[in-house]
Design a binder for this molecule. Sequence first.
Ligand code: SAH
Ligand code: SF4
Ligand code: F3S
Length: 470
Amino acid sequence: MNLPNMLDAKKRTKEESKILYDDYNINEINDLGKDKKYLILTYGCQMNVHDSEYISGIMEDIGYTKTEDMNKADVIIVNTCAIRENAHNKAEGMLGRIKHLKETKEDIIVIFCGCMAQEEGLVNKIKDYKWIDIICGTHNYHKIPEYLYEYMDKGKVCEVYSIEGNVIENLPVIRDSKYTAWVNIQYGCDKFCTYCIVPYTRGKQRSRKSEDIIDEVRELYNNGYQEVTLLGQNVNAYGKDFNNDYDFADLLGEVSQTGIPRIRFVTSHPWDFTDKMVEVISKCDNIMPYIHLPIQSGSDRILKLMGRKYTIKEYLEIVRKLREKIPNVSITTDIIVGFPGETEEDFQKTLDIVNQVKYDLAYTFIFSPREGTPAAKMEDNTPMEEKKERLARLNELINKYALESNQKMLNKTYDVLILGESDKDDKYMGYTDNMKLVNVKCDKELVGKIIPVKITGVKTWSLDGEVNDK
Ligand code: SAH
Ligand code: SF4
Ligand code: F3S
């Protein structure tokens, strides 16, 4: 048994991370899942969504087929998120259901993985639960075939590594979409914002080789993909762990050269945003005018306590440059309210910034103390009721600007990549270049294509449109 350890997870040495091209192998256990089914439940961010695509690839590589029906599954994989308490609660609620199922169907194998599995306190709690069979973390999900084999042979497996981590290449992958794909460019995070658990659950920041990224994008394009989203906790810190000066702007330029029609990237950190990046994004037509730039707070005092290492002035300067150089750019953000010590005055500053930037969209959260992070130990006197009230005020403002930015698009025509059926009857859904969700009346044949769509209706979170073939 290998249990997670927060102190080990925090260590950062000077050693370069290893890029492992042959760490995944299934040898003689390649038909472990013959005639059997797996179900995968995913919580959390795009990184986890994409990890689940790899886990699916691995499960199918050893013979399992996918099911969405829990009652038909032989293996249930819960890929968890630890970012806030409610992410925990969701996964724990699901575990309750699985426990119940396991009481009637003993031979189901339950795998618990993802960011919660990297948490010391949590794993200490669940490691002896009889109905969880395999626990593994973010650094070793590619070993699931071995763990399944070991479990079948000897019983319970708990294998979590609190290491800085490597880059594991050459994993099989089954992607959710045929048209738009996630592409990891970097793993982990070295920023250690004081509220955040990610640097502990995902290890140090380590970049993939640009050649491997470009090869992956080329292959996706050859296979008909129209869009890639480059993924990392700090995409614009890409390459900072290399011993040369190749950076994110260089990578963007090269990815653009592959000719794939659409390139997006998340998440950018204001600290690492350079003029060179703005320049490349503005010059390359296939880099989409959409920037997710988390601000977290509008108060310099709170930003300092958060360890974000930029000031509001610097942040606004990036926004100014983006708006100046990239016409039609959408800017979205993340905001935390109720950080320890946030006063009404600090919160007003957040509202002021929202009024200035007029975001296209924002993800807003109430601060959630994470065990083992510095902010969890900071004095916090604001009652939860007041935090909720601040969140409601903030959301009202965010919604107002989201609707306003959509209204500006009415009657204009935008390129939309149609991705599939919409929940709204008879319609198909897709995204504009600036990342607005549109429900479009169109033929099924247009799924997977980029088409001009005239915006005919506007709501806060989506648009309606018609094909503009003039
Ligand atoms: N790497 C990204 C963010 C990853 S987490 C970045 O730095 O921008 C996504 C968002 O969750 C964060 O931007 C933050 O707004 C929020 N978040 C992270 N930890 C949180 C916590 N402890 N409580 C509340 N929100 C949190
Ligand atoms: Fe968390 Fe900060 Fe790293 Fe983002 S940059 S993952 S918020 S520590
Ligand atoms: Fe959650 Fe881990 Fe992502 S904590 S937000 S799944 S990196």
